[in-house]
Every structure is written in C-alpha cells, then in structure tokens.
Ligand binder design. Sequence first.
Ligand code: NAD
Ligand code: UDP
Length: 340
Amino acid sequence: MKYTLVTGGTGFIGSHTVIQLLAQERAVIILDNLSNSSRAVLPRISSLSKKEPLFVEGDIRDKALLESLFEQYEIESVVHFAGLKAVGESTEKPLMYYENNVWGTINLCQVMARFGCKSIVFSSSATVYGDPASVPIKEDFPTSTTNPYGASKLMVENILQDLQASDPKWKVILLRYFNPIGAHKSGQIGEDPADIPNNLLPYVTQVAVGKLAQLSVFGDDYPTHDGTGVRDYIHVEDLAAAHVCAVDKLTEFSGTKIFNLGTGTGYSVLDIVKTFEQVTGEKVPYSITPRRPGDIAECFADASLARTELGWHATRGLEEMLEDAWRWQSQNPNGYADSE
Ligand code: NAD
Ligand code: UDP
C-alpha cells in the first residue's frame, strides 16, 4: 500500500484535508506532535470519513522517528502542514520558529530523500508577499517578509526550490494560502486556537459565543472602502480540496509549482462582522482600536493559475464560510476540549 504522509494532520487545515484525501481512497498517515491540536479530532475524522488514517504522535524534528516511519511504510508523497503559525509569538521567539518550521522541514526532506520519496506539497502563505504594491496578487509578485513566521515560510520555499533545482526527481508544490476560515459542514471539526485567537474569524466566533467580550477592530483609517483591513477569506474545505488536486498533480510533472489559494475577492473587517451578524443572527460587539503593527491595508489573490494548472477554484462564498464557522463554534464552545 502506498501512503501519503500528512504532517500537522490533526491541525485545522490538515484535519479537513485528511478527510478529503481519505474520500479519494488515499491511504493516509498523520504525523503530529499535538503542540497545537487535539487527539480528540481523530475519532471525528474516522466517523466522518468512515475510514481510519494511521496516527503517529511525533515531531518532524525527530529524525529517528521519521526514518522508522519511512522504513515501515511505503510513503509516496508528503503534504507538509506541520509548523508554528502565530506571527506575534514568532517575533518573541524567533529561534523556536526557525527551529520548528525551517529546521523541521530540512530534517523531513533529508529523510524523504534518503528513502527516495521526493514529492512534497508545502503550506506556504500570502504573508510571503509582504506589503504588495498592488492587488490582486499574482504568484510572480516580489516576495518579502516582516516577521520571523513569514521569514520561515519564505526560507522553506527557497530551500525546497533549491532542493528541486539540485535534483530534478523532486516535485515541489508551494501553496500560498490567503485567509482560511470556515469549518466542516458537520460542525464536528474546525479551528480550535489554544489561546486567545490572533486571527479575525475565531475571535469573532468567540465573541459571538460569549467567551470574549468584544472584538477590537484594528484600525479604520486604511485606504479601503470602509477604512478597515481587507483580506481574501477562503473556506477551509475549498483549501482542503486544493491539496487533493495538488497531490494528484504530483504524479504529472517535475519541477516546482507555486499557487495562490484564495477566492480572489477581498472583504473588510466590518464586512465580516456585518455578514456574520446577518447569517447567524448573533451580535458581535466591537470597538475601533489602533492599527496592529505590521498589518497591511489590502491583500487578495489572483487565483487564476490554480484554476488553469491545478484544475481547482474556490466554490464557497463568504456567507457559507461564516455559517460553517459558527456551526462549529456554537456546537463546540470550547473546541475539542468539550469532548476530552
Ligand atoms: P494548526 O496549528 O492548526 O496545524 C499545524 C499542526 O502542526 C498542529 O496540529 C501542530 O500540532 C502541528 N505541528 C507543529 N509543529 C510540529 C512539529 N514540529 N512536528 C509535528 N507536528 C507539528 O495550523 P493550520 O491553520 O492548520 O495551518 C497549517 C499550516 O498552514 C501551517 O504550516 C501554517 O503556517 C500554514 N498556514 C496557515 C494559515 C492560517 O491562517 N491558518 C495561513 C497560511 C499558512
Ligand atoms: N483583525 C482585527 N481584529 C482582530 C484580528 C484581526 O481587526 O482581533 C483584522 C486585521 O487587522 C486584518 C484582518 O482582521 O485586517 C485579518 O487579520 P488576521 O490576523 O485574521 O489575518 P492576516 O492579517 O494575517 O491576514
């Protein structure tokens, strides 16, 4: 049996992707150290997919563990989600981010190369575009970063491209996600931040469910239609579907490919608040506060390359993203802790 190894597969995007890979009859091994996810997602993945992924609790920095996995199973491709992702924390603990995200990936690739597995899909981010000169953003726009998290993503992109250039057997797909939100339709799996959320959507849903008092809207003086920051929100199920297309694509080409994954439409913070209130009937009290350092005004994708080359495009609109996010949050006010 040939396996796809999904690092970080119990996390937010990984768990949704695992379900879709299993639905395509792929055999999946999840490797996750549970540093930002819960074991409680596993029975939910199994009951939703009616299939059992193999789960290994462990770290991508543990070379001996990786070697034993590659010895034991025939792994033909890797979908590499494992990483730390909090921008603020990365500025406080840069070494932790570089060690986990950059060194962890080098370690993974060394073991992959040793076992002749040279196909990888990597979770990158629109953060690698820095403050773009214009929108929508295309894949060939210049890259730059403003924090260690973003720098770690760009370093890994460069490392994987160098690796591919050194050995044409490598097939590398770099997926630059815009702003993933939403949850599985069932309300059974979703985003479960360990601490106070940094990202807008989990903050909004936690205010609506009564866990947080009010939302701070970071600035209303940006050059956007209502002064608040504009982003390209994409349903996590659409994102997961793009990974299935990417894994399929790995069999068809050799080289490195880079794809933006977004809807191509930007919404402001206040658009999100208003639409959330309309679709859920819940109030989201908010106040305008100063800009968050490092934030940019506007960021949305030109995702046409993924449509033409990957055969993928986002199909779910903002209302559906917000309805699904709310179903997850309202059914699981404390995330997976409710089932532990
Ligand atoms: P997440 O934190 O929910 O998932 C990441 C998973 O990786 C977690 O389950 C965590 O326990 C695991 N992990 C972290 N370090 C590990 C290690 N050393 N060894 C093994 N497992 C480890 O995050 P997510 O939102 O699902 O994001 C997945 C990937 O996508 C990350 O690499 C992230 O940087 C990237 N990304 C996320 C977003 C976003 O807004 N969610 C945007 C762009 C890119
Ligand atoms: N934002 C906000 N309040 C929050 C969190 C985020 O106003 O509590 C804004 C933020 O300034 C940005 C947008 O919401 O304009 C999306 O922020 P997020 O952190 O989710 O994504 P990113 O900035 O990384 O694209």
